[in-house]
Design a protein around this ligand. Structure first.
Ligand code: 3AM
Length: 189
């Protein structure tokens, strides 16, 4: 199954961001972008790719230990950015170093469990919450500008989540992946 590990913002933070995204959707060319569904909004810690069913139990045990070694920390969504003209995202503020450390621990847990070693290699960790994807023909700069000054409420990250990604059938125009949270583990309390 196709898996990734993420931090999920709480509903009040999602609702705030959704208000700003509503404004972005009124900008010219917004209709040409594929907007992510708010129900699936997440901050990816590590993408694991296709993982063997046989490995999932060990992976879970390791993710639980990674969470347990990490103290809860404060995070907020702030501003935005883009990966070329392919992805528009909201950025983070707060204890970003703690988020990075958690991402490293989660990646190590994945590697040790034999779950998709090397899939993340080369991309590095760039904390972001993906809001829309484009094919490169729509310039994302105005959308990034539209996120300027956005500053969401701070929350305490208290758990990590293993998420299964169900890809849409090839050729289904406009279809988006469906994200299914499988398990959560609390950070050390
Ligand atoms: O939703 P975000 O942007 O955080 O881009 C994919 C998405 O990230 C990323 O994993 C998340 C869940 O699908 N992803 C997909 N394929 C990837 C790959 N080969 C990947 N990340 C790294 N390597």
């Amino acid at each position: 199954m196709r898996l990734f590990v993420a931090v999920l913002p709480p509903e009040r933070v999602v609702a705030e961001l959704d208000g700003r995204v509503d404004d972005l959707k009124r900008l010219p060319d917004a209709g040409a972008l594929r907007w992510t569904e708010r129900a699936g909004w997440h901050l990816t810690l590590a993408f694991l790719g296709e993982v063997d069913d046989a490995v999932v139990a060990d992976l879970g045990a390791r993710l639980g230990r990674a969470a347990w070694r990490t103290a809860p920390f404060a995070l907020a969504l702030r501003g935005g950015g883009r990966f070329g003209d392919r992805a528009l995202w909201a950025g983070v503020a707060g204890e970003a170093a703690a988020l990075r450390l958690l991402a490293e621990r989660v990646s190590a847990a994945g590697r040790r469990a034999g779950a998709g070693p090397g899939v993340d290699a080369g991309r590095g960790f760039h904390p972001h919450l993906t809001l829309a994807r484009g094919r490169g023909e729509v310039g994302l700069r105005p959308f990034v500008e539209g996120l300027g000054g956005f500053s969401g409420a701070e929350w305490e990250v208290g758990e990590l989540v293993l998420v299964r990604s169900h890809l849409p059938r090839a050729g289904l125009q406009g279809a988006r992946p469906r994200y299914e949270p499988l398990s959560t583990w609390p950070l050390r309390t």
